[in-house]
Design a protein around this ligand. Structure first.
Ligand code: PLP
Length: 819
């Protein structure tokens, strides 16, 4: 890690502010043709972004120049999602310009935070997977490692969430990518992407099979580059996002045939391809447009990878010495078939050579253990959209099955289990299997997750090729998730440790020295309180609800999913409510904060939101709960809202059914900002608990192996838990007594699922969860001991920096120089 400059002197800040002010005036005048008197906040936002953009581009060009002189291996991180959020403040922070920019704005009578708050989030992702990709490209740049993120420039990002009473309503998120100051269009590097059509069989003079794909449709992929500047401003990489445009090649033909309307229609349908992000964190199985989006990304990325490689002058067999391709989940897996196609059909490599190059170049990250979330594409659809790729997949499969039969014998059921093709009914291509056989590395994203991949998800592949499987526990960038999101805490760390912790998060360990320093603990407590007051102001301003900053803030913010068990959390809140109103008990003051979106087609998740919002309305409107219990569901969860909520959290809810959450990263963000975790032993929770110590982590509930065993032997009967626990029975009864919604049947389906199947084991874990919360309530009473625990946690979270994660990928999978 580079040493960071000392904090700029105030003289220097004043000088830099003067320069920025001058540039702001110039941008306002010559780019926007506005006088300061007439300028709106949005005009000032554009002006300050442009001032920053100049420096970002300077750093980018310098990085490119330096690397040109010294070519090295580069990683291409392929992801259908990059949940970037806003860029102005993060770029200011990376460039060390935050203070001078604030001063320049203040000199003009403007408030930087207020202006920055007008920037639209780039919400090109659903949740954890997309946010991980954004953290990784930031860490790569900060560590000055050559890498490029490759994704899609969706016109519409993840939908905006609004509410009609308690019900979620989705609104289009048009984020203005066509005018974004952070995107540079590279029309000169556009590429042609083919679709549909058929394969013409033919043979070369030497008898080799030389098929020709005659596409039925052609479109253009236009790159748009978002420079990602590393912290300290020394290096910048690109996040390259492709948009689809109708290609002139095909249109001419249609025009000549005299079908003007047909030609225009073609344009409409091709441009649809990058129109909208699929809003589900589970695959949209069988959707032709989604398959085309996935192929579009891989074809555009592969074109750039081979173009950049050709500049090396090396023979194509050496591709893996200059390029590593990381697949973020199976979504970009077609890159394996695409690379094979280009190597075999265009570069005329023998199959075996092409296959070794492909495997040596590609590596795959698995993100899910839920079998229903594994991507499969109908063979018919794949054959129609990508006929040559389907042939190649069959050939890959034939060779792999030959190997499997040689190993296990012909009739062994393991052979069918590893096939790339799922038989029975409609035949499907199993994308995870293609990703596994085409990669030299397959990684999970937390230790438990990696073990479960090997033991239960794809045990036969693990048996065939154990050396390919490895773990890379997720991480988060401390720049956005601490330095940017929590300036007061970052300032305390700066004062205590110097500035280097921002790029060497392990340095936080030195904080542990201050655990017994009452003055230090008092400063921490004051910072947390100020952050809670700030969130309370936001909630009051946006929803009109008053929060009590002295109460315990209990936070669950993430996608709404049955396996994440927001339902368990609200059941416990109902339990607290009943203790107050039905049993006249006193409970320690608490504020419960929820945020999260449900996929538009995910009815069960939407019911859970409906219940939370209705219970919140009931509780907040009940005078007996005043000063005791408060529940808010903040609309439109996104990166910017996360940045606001996380610094204010006292308790972090990470309560997925054990064995279902691959890793989680929200758990890391919250703990790093001084929240204590109540959580199951799932995903990275286990490693967080190991780092912070079990006495600083409120663990509860069944273990993954216990859940697995009960699922297998069918021994789980949720109604028995309700029968044994009066508190639980009472809570469940209120779901169907019309208390939260005048329609008594409103929550009948939730009730029936819990009492009947309870696929996610809410009832089994309820009592243990309630007990953990009683301990939390007691511990929170001793405020100094509480903050001491929080400090101990923060001091031991250095491991969860995405710098550490990316370094592990770079050394062990990508083999980048200098990592
Ligand atoms: C970190 C983050 C997530 C992932 O949260 P989990 O709790 O790990 O599921 C999702 N959405 C946003 C906006 C995030 O910042």
């Amino acid at each position: 890690m580079p040493d960071l400059p000392r904090n700029a002197s105030s003289d220097q800040t004043v000088r830099e502010a003067a320069v920025i002010q001058q540039e702001l005036a110039s941008e306002l005048k010559y780019r926007l043709a506005r006088t300061p008197e007439r300028a709106t906040e949005d005009d000032w936002l554009v002006a300050i972004c442009m001032v920053v953009r100049r420096r970002v581009i300077t750093a980018l060009l310098a990085t490119q120049h330096r690397r040109q002189a010294n070519p090295a291996k580069k990683v291409y991180y392929l992801s259908m999602e990059f949940l970037v959020g806003r860029s102005l403040v993060s770029n200011l922070l990376s460039l060390g310009m935050l203070e001078p920019a604030r001063m320049a704005m203040a000199n003009l009578g403007l408030d930087l935070e207020r202006i920055a708050d007008r920037e639209h989030d780039a919400a090109l992702g659903n949740g954890g997977l997309g946010r991980l990709a954004a953290c990784f490209v930031e860490s790569l740049a900060t560590m000055d490692l050559p890498g490029m993120g490759c994704g899609i420039k969706y016109d519409y990002g993840l939908f905006r969430q609004e509410f009609d009473g308690p019900a979620q309503v989705e609104r289009a998120d048009f984020w203005g990518s066509d005018h974004s100051p952070w995107l540079i269009e590279r029309a000169d590097e556009s590429c042609i992407v083919n679709l549909y059509g058929h394969v013409e069989e033919s043979h070369a003079a030497d008898g080799a099979y030389r098929p020709a794909w005659i596409p039925g449709n052609t479109l253009l992929g236009i790159p748009h580059d978002m420079p990602i500047i590393g912290y300290g401003g020394r290096a910048a990489n690109l996040l390259r996002l492709y948009s689809a445009r109708a290609s002139e090649v095909l249109e001419m033909g249609v025009f000549n045939a005299g079908d003007y309307v047909g030609a225009v229609q073609h344009q409409i349908s091709t441009e649809t391809i990058s129109k909208v992000l699929y809003p589900s964190d589970e695959p949209s199985q069988g959707r032709e447009l989604r398959l085309i989006q996935e192929y579009f990304l891989t074809a555009c990325a592969m074109n750039d990878i081979l173009r950049e490689f050709s500049e090396s002058g090396l023979p194509i067999e050496k591709l893996h010495t200059r390029a590593a391709i990381q697949l973020n989940d199976t979504h970009p897996t077609l890159v394996i078939a695409e690379l094979m196609r280009l190597l075999v059909d265009h570069h005329k490599l023998p199959w075996d050579v092409a296959w070794s190059v492909t495997q040596a170049t590609c590596s795959y990250t698995n993100h899910t253990l839920l079998p229903e979330a594994l991507e499969r594409w109908p063979v018919d659809l794949m054959t129609r959209v990508l006929p040559r790729h389907m042939q190649i997949i069959y050939e890959i499969n034939a060779r792999m099955l030959r190997m499997a039969r040689a190993r296990w014998g012909d009739g062994d059921p393991r052979v069918a289990a590893v096939s790339l093709i799922e038989e029975g009914g409609t035949r499907h291509v199993r994308m995870a299997h293609l990703a596994i056989v085409g990669s030299h590395s397959i990684n999970g994203v937390a230790q438990l997750h990696t073990e479960l991949i090997k033991q239960s998800l794809v045990p036969h592949f693990h048996e065939l090729m154990p050396e390919r499987f490895n773990n890379k526990t997720n991480g988060i960038t401390p720049r956005r998730w601490l330095a940017q999101a929590n300036p007061p805490l970052a300032a305390l760390f700066d004062d205590t440790l110097g500035p280097q912790w921002v790029v060497e998060l392990e340095r936080l360990r030195e904080l542990a020295r201050h655990q017994d320093d009452p003055a230090f603990i008092e400063r921490l407590a004051r910072i947390k309180l100020a952050n809670k007051e700030r969130l309370a102001r936001h909630v009051h301003g946006s929803m009109g609800v008053l929060l009590d900053p002295a109460s315990l803030y209990d936070v669950q913010i993430k996608r709404i999913h049955e396996y994440k068990r927001q339902l368990l959390h609200i059941l416990h809140i109902i339990h607290l409510y009943l203790r107050i109103v039905d049993h006249g008990e006193d409970v320690a003051p608490r504020t419960h904060v929820f945020a999260g979106k449900a996929a538009p087609g995910y009815a069960a998740a939407k019911r859970i939101i409906h219940l939370i919002r209705s219970v919140a309305r009931t509780i907040n409107g009940d005078p007996r709960c005043r000063g005791r219990l408060n529940v808010v569901f903040l609309p439109d969860y996104k990166v910017t809202l996360a940045e606001r909520i996380i610094p204010a959290a006292d308790v972090s809810e990470q309560i997925s059914t054990a064995g279902t959450e691959a890793s989680g990263t929200g758990n890391m963000k919250l703990a790093l900002n001084g929240a204590l975790t109540v959580g199951t032993l799932d995903g990275a929770n286990i490693e967080i608990r190991e780092c912070v110590g079990p006495e600083n982590f409120y663990a509860f509930g069944l273990l993954a192996e216990e859940v697995g065993a009960m699922r297998r032997d069918g021994s789980y009967h949720p109604a028995q838990y309700a029968a044994r626990s009066p508190a639980l029975a009472e809570v469940l009864g209120t779901l169907i007594d019309g208390r939260y919604d005048s329609d008594r049947e409103q929550y009948r389906l939730l009730y029936d699922e819990l009492m009947g199947r309870d696929h996610y084991f809410h009832l089994a874990d309820f009592d243990a969860y309630a007990q953990a919360h009683r301990t939390i309530a007691q511990d929170f009473n001793d405020r100094r001991a509480w903050h001491r625990k929080a400090l101990h946690c923060m001091a031991h979270l250095g491991h969860f920096s995405s710098d550490r994660t990316v370094r592990e990928y770079a050394r062990e999978i990508w083999k980048l120089e200098g990592a």
